[in-house]
Design a protein around this ligand. Structure first.
Ligand code: PGA
Length: 257
């Protein structure tokens, strides 16, 4: 796992773009923009979670970033129709997977399913981005307890030695796909609660070093504030990652000293 000093910038492409040709064009342009960047970027400066079918093709042309999946099956090898398991993604060129995105949860993913996905992905040594976030907030702050319980339940099958490849993304559902992101302050409070929950489950050392990301209406204008003031180590970005100019600006801004 990277040291926490490097921001992790992940684009979540969802069901875009429409064709493999468009996806290849995007990654080639992004590589060129990273290569010629005036701001010094690390050897690998971006992550893109793409439709699974594109992964082998994109991983061939992606040299300065990582290509991954938006979801994975937690059912092991066998007779299951329409599911892709971590070892298959890895052997097809994926570097990482997202698990527990709110749009996947909304389609019926249960906590039990999520716990199997997380265990299988981490057992396969796959870098795993686990999303968690409240649907709404209450003044009393009960949502914080619900988030902590979600983390505990979802990670219940993961043994301590497997936590190294886990990254947490705080994604408040109310901020995803909308106009209003969380404020950096709102984000900061949750980051602390998540680290506390992780300390209880996986120990204080892991809780100190785990990367925590923020996602939900991240734009070129607000990206940096989450890193500078929101206490996060990176971002999970939907719409703004689907625009080559905006995504490359975010990558550069977030890596600028
Ligand atoms: P958004 O999506 O940046 O378009 O709000 C974030 C996400 O779904 O991860």
């Amino acid at each position: 796992m990277n040291k926490r000093t490097l921001p992790i910038i992940i684009g979540n492409w969802k069901t875009t773009p429409a064709t493999l040709q468009d996806a290849l064009k995007f990654v080639k342009q992004l590589e060129a923009k990273c290569k010629t960047s005036k701001i010094k970027l690390p050897k690998k400066s971006y992550y893109l979670a793409t439709p699974d079918i594109f992964i082998p093709y994109l991983s061939d042309v992606c040299k300065l970033g990582f290509i991954g999946s938006q979801n994975v099956s937690g059912l092991s090898l066998g007779q299951i129709t329409g599911a892709t398991i971590p070892s298959q993604l890895l052997s097809g060129g994926a570097d990482f997977t997202i698990i527990g995105h709110s749009e996947v949860r909304a389609r019926g993913e249960t906590a039990e399913e999520r716990s199997h996905k997380l265990a299988l992905a981490l057992q396969s040594k796959m870098t795993t981005i686990f999303c968690v976030g409240e649907k709404t907030r209450d003044k009393e702050g009960e949502y914080l307890g619900e988030l902590e319980a979600d983390v505990k339940e979802s990670l219940s099958l993961v043994t301590r030695s497997l936590f190294d490849n886990l990254i947490i993304a705080y994604e408040p559902v109310w901020a995803i796909g909308g106009k209003t992101p969380a404020t950096p302050q709102e984000c900061f409070e949750v980051v602390i609660a998540l680290r506390r929950a992780l300390a209880n489950i996986a120990g204080i050392d892991y809780a100190k070093k785990v990367h925590v990301l923020y996602g939900g209406t991240v734009t070129d204008d607000n990206a940096r504030t989450f890193i500078d003031e929101g206490g996060v180590d990176g971002l999970l970005i939907g719409r703004a990652s689907q625009d080559i100019n905006e995504f490359s600006r975010i990558i550069k801004n977030c890596h600028a000293k």
